[in-house]
Design a protein around this ligand. Structure first.
Ligand code: SAM
Ligand code: SF4
Length: 339
């Protein structure tokens, strides 16, 4: 396609799915080391490989011109990227102009006490906070050295700033499986939705996945013995399926990449902090956007590269964890692609 046309052409993939949701990993670094996400001695990208905040802004802006309505910053831990609020502030102009419907982020919450009110001031309305347990000892075990108090303080700061908080928890065999009902009661008691996630086989983490993987079909069946779960028709266009919980009045989501394929309605793509576009979380596909971004001040080359990549978006993924396949399906860590 001619570059100048590509600048504002909507992104529709070969299966007719229109891309309106972009997730941007602004750093691969993190202040925690969740054992299912990273190995303890994780090697991070050299800082020189990273897009600058100005380049990230330009990249996001190009996607917004091509129809992205929802933008999520993630990581690694997005709030440990130096001066990340400059980027958030600058991107918020697209909310003011109406080009973007939602600017949000996924965070581990450790820095939220510092940034919550500024995020709200920039037009962020909802955030996802990842928290797998309420037990300080288990939290330390899962994150290798994290302090849960910082996260809980961060969540309270976010709520006080008026942000809607959704809690994301990875269901982990023998680690938090007994605690999930309590985690749900706690989240719902504070008016926060809870979404449970199945462990995905992404990246070498120094151990296999078999010991971590807990199918959510089992979790749901167990919860259904204690709670009245009613399927909710609503879908966010995302991979989560929601149920209402009569006893708590809250909403519970299930993200089940392993037991249920959710690709038919996929409306999203991901960009890493080095400007690599991944059109599917479960495939090795990758397109370099940094080169066209840096090759010219005009966005035509970039828009063309985006169109070419979207034209190759795979139909779906095929994650497997069993004894014969206890290896990463995808070599990238979740912290690189940004969950
Ligand atoms: N650091 C931020 C956080 O933890 O929310 C954002 C990035 S983190 C990679 C995004 C989400 O991916 C978190 O909810 C985390 O629990 C989840 N995650 C990381 N590795 C995963 C894996 N192998 N399988 C499933 N979820 C994973
Ligand atoms: Fe860091 Fe998030 Fe990965 Fe945990 S899940 S190590 S907080 S990037």
């Amino acid at each position: 396609m001619n570059g100048s046309t590509a600048l504002s052409t909507p992104m529709t993939d070969p299966f007719g799915r229109t891309i309106s949701y972009l997730r941007v990993s602004v750093t691969d670094r993190c202040d925690l080391r969740c054992f299912y996400c990273m190995s303890e001695d994780m090697t991070f990208l050299p800082k020189a490989n990273l897009l600058t905040l100005e380049e990230l802004d330009r990249l996001c802006t190009a996607f917004i011109a091509k129809g992205v309505k929802k933008l999520r910053l993630t990581g690694g831990e997005p709030l440990v990227r130096r001066n990340v609020m400059t980027l958030v502030r600058s991107l918020s102009r697209h909310l003011s102009s109406g080009a973007l419907n939602e600017l949000t982020l996924t965070t581990n919450g450790t820095q939220l006490a510092k940034y919550a009110s500024e995020l709200a001031d920039c037009g962020v309305r909802r955030i996802n906070v990842s928290l797998d347990t309420l037990d300080p000892r288990k939290f330390r075990e899962i994150t290798r050295w994290g302090e849960i108090d910082k996260v809980l303080e961060g969540i309270e700061a976010a709520r006080a700033a008026g942000l809607a908080v959704k809690i994301n928890a990875v269901a982990l065999k023998s680690l938090n499986e007994d605690e999930l009902p309590d985690l749900m009661r706690w989240a719902h008691g504070k008016g926060m939705d809870l979404t449970l996630i199945e462990v995905m086989p992404m990246g070498e983490i120094g151990s296999g996945r078999i010991d971590q993987y807990l199918p959510l079909s089992l979790v749901r069946a167990r919860l259904a013995q204690q709670f009245t779960l009613t399927d909710l028709a609503e879908s966010t266009g995302g991979p989560a399926r929601y149920v209402g919980v009569a006893e708590t009045g809250g909403k519970l989501g299930f993200i089940t990449p392993m037991t249920h394929n959710f690709c038919e309605s996929c409306n999203r793509v991901r960009v890493t902090c080095t400007g690599t576009l991944h059109t599917c979380l479960g495939h090795e596909d990758a397109s370099d956007l940094r080169k066209p971004l840096r090759a010219s001040d005009d966005d035509a080359l970039l828009a063309d590269a985006i169109d070419r990549a979207i034209g190759l978006k795979p139909k779906g993924h095929d994650f497997i964890i069993d004894r014969r396949h206890d290896r990463p399906s995808v070599s990238r860590h979740m912290s690189v692609t940004g969950g």
